[in-house]
Design a protein around this ligand. Structure first.
Ligand code: CA
Ligand code: CA
Ligand code: CA
Ligand code: CA
Length: 412
């Protein structure tokens, strides 16, 4: 029997939960039973599933922390975990929040699978996954299905493979992060301190970020809706289908934030596809993709609508070796506070691709601006021009006129 190896004191705590012979813990429905379940899983690698009672509400008084090495599945059964008293943070002189707390914390490189669970009102972060610095082997896989993370003071979901307390520098583990999110929502997070996002992935050293997000809402977060932050060897790859990223980035009035922010540095590129996505009313850019170092930014947008974003709606910046490669079709951009669509390519490399069935209207500056430089603002082109195919592209009412603005890019 699995429980025969558990200590007596733990056994008494486990009276409210049942451990089946299959390695599952069932009927979690309050703080004591949740702590008991995590404590059991931390000491017994045979425990692979923790199942909650249907529709329970669990009030936590402290973070609940997983430290096991086995893959763990949480079956939420529509339970809500209220983290309003689960931990705290302090503000330093720069108004940066400092804490290691979260409502649910996983200190592991094992795969984490969570379904049908709500984490609400977290005093710090909602769900936190800390990848140990010495992790190696397979990438960690984080799979969320019908998970709602609502109204966290700091990050909603934070996957942290960055050894630095403030997520600076390039020290992290040798593995990457595979994130899959389906039918989930991240709403109203990041309203307790500056620069906290609905979803934040920090990946450093070796390894990629792979993100697949399907049928989900990432709305009304104080920092970015979602930020994927990768440095060191490796890139950012992924797909979003049927996702909204609306009304994010309002918390820090002196440095507003985006709907979807990708920062990729060092070797490795960005390859991201968005299909049936809305990016409206964000307080900085809608989509803000930055690629630096060796590597290309390859972005495919299909049926994307971006309205009333305070800065550019769709912005891609690429530096150093590598290209901007774009395929945009059925994209509509209106009411941006800067250019509607802005692509800037620097260093060695080109802008290449297609714009098909695009409308861009009533943006404060250009509807579309595409600039290819070796060094920004060089007097004359120092390399072969890029080429972008234009088909059924309509610009109207843009503040800087309704021609596509270019530098060293040929439209055909
Ligand atoms: Ca890594
Ligand atoms: Ca990289
Ligand atoms: Ca590059
Ligand atoms: Ca380049």
């Amino acid at each position: 029997m699995k429980y025969s190896i558990l200590g007596l004191s733990l056994m008494s705590a486990l009276t409210a939960v049942a451990i089946a012979s299959t390695g599952a813990i069932k009927n979690v429905d309050d703080e004591a039973s949740l702590i008991a379940a995590f404590t059991a899983a931390n000491s017994n690698s045979g425990i692979s599933t923790i199942t909650f009672k249907h529709n329970a509400t669990i009030q936590l008084t402290a973070p609940v922390i997983y430290t096991g090495t086995q893959p763990l599945k949480l079956v939420g059964n529509k339970t809500t975990i209220d983290g309003s008293a689960a931990g705290s943070f302090t503000l330093d002189g720069n108004l940066t929040a400092i804490t290691s707390d979260g409502t649910l914390v996983f200190n592991t490189s094992a795969n984490i699978d969570i379904s049908n669970l709500t984490v609400a009102n977290s005093a710090t972060r909602g769900i936190v996954i800390n990848v140990p610095g010495d992790a190696d082997g397979e990438d960690i896989s984080v799979n969320l299905y019908k998970v709602d993370i609502l109204n966290s003071a700091l990050y909603g979901l934070h996957i942290d493979d960055n050894a630095d307390e403030f997520d600076d520098g390039t020290a992290g583990s040798a593995i990457g992060v595979d994130l899959r999110i389906t039918r989930s929502s991240f709403i109203g997070n990041g309203t307790g301190a500056i620069d906290f996002d609905g979803i934040r992935v920090d990946e450093r050293d070796e390894g990629d970020i792979n993100a697949t997000i399907i049928s989900s809402q990432i709305n009304g977060n104080g920092g970015d809706g979602i930020e994927l932050d990768e440095a060191g060897n490796g890139g950012v790859y992924g797909t979003m289908v049927r996702v909204s990223m609306n009304g994010n980035g309002f918390y820090n009035e002196t440095d507003l934030d985006d709907g979807f922010d990708i920062d990729e540095a060092d070797a490795g590129g960005i390859e991201f596809s968005l299909v049936n996505v809305t990016v409206n009313d964000n307080k900085d850019e809608g989509l803000d993709f930055d690629e630096a170092g060796e590597g290309t930014a390859e972005v495919k947008l299909r049926r994307v609508s971006a309205q009333n974003n305070a800065d550019e709606a769709i912005k891609i910046d690429e530096e150093d070796e590598g290209n901007i490669e774009i395929t945009l079709s059925r994209v509509s951009v209106t009411g941006s506070g800067d250019d509607g669509i802005q692509f800037t390519e620097l260093g060695e490399g080109k802008i290449e691709g297609k714009l098909i069935k695009i409308t861009t209207s009533n943006n404060a500056k250009y509807g579309i601006k595409m600039e290819q430089w070796v060094f920004e603002d060089e007097a004359s082109p120092a390399e072969e021009a890029g080429e972008v195919e234009i088909k059924k592209v309509i610009l109207s009412g843009n503040g800087s006129g309704d021609e596509i603005a270019t530098n060293n890019v040929t439209l055909k």
